[in-house]
Design a protein around this ligand. Sequence first.
Ligand code: CA
Length: 226
Amino acid sequence: MRVLIIEDEIRLARNIAKMLDRESSWAVDISTEGEDGRHMAMTNPYDLIILDLGLPKISGLEILQYLRRNNMTVPVLILTARDAADDIIQGLETGSDDYMVKPFDMRQLVARCKALVRRSYGRAAPVINIANVSIDTTKHQVTVCGKPVRLPAMEYRLLEYLAMRAGEVVSKADIVDHLYDFGSDKFSNVVEVYINALRTKLGSGSQAELIHTFRNQGYLLGELPT
Ligand code: CA
């Protein structure tokens, strides 16, 4: 998953990014002003946008209006100052999906972010089971046949993304877009390396292939569509 934080308090933005990386291995981009944030939101396929309302140049509300007017369906969680009931209502009525009032509990923010992303992929349950592999997206844990398997951040990130889209063929370009933030080098051939690592680590005891390769199309996690 890949998240955009548009927040001019850089320390807060970095703290949120750190938490999202630690608690869910998500890729995170940060923008500290409205115009740049709006541009990033429009040009990258984010899974979630965390949007501060009080921003330089363009307000968060204007960004939200712009995104929704342009049919961007990405989940948006707004951040607002204390006692801002009108802002919250206006934000929700403009098309945000959730909100947090500053100062907020970081764990609660992370839990809400995870719920929003899950819902946007049509999932209500936080645990995704595929054959004998279980991915607990709230606890950030993977088990195979009930035994915990520790995965490096990028492998977990890839598995979670494929699991959210289980049963679909996901292209390599799509995977790269959702796995890497701007700070990282993007090498699409590395995706294959991660796929192979996942096959090895999750394959034990499994009869059927867990990750299917579709030549020149991409990868599919889980059962093939009939
Ligand atoms: Ca602000």
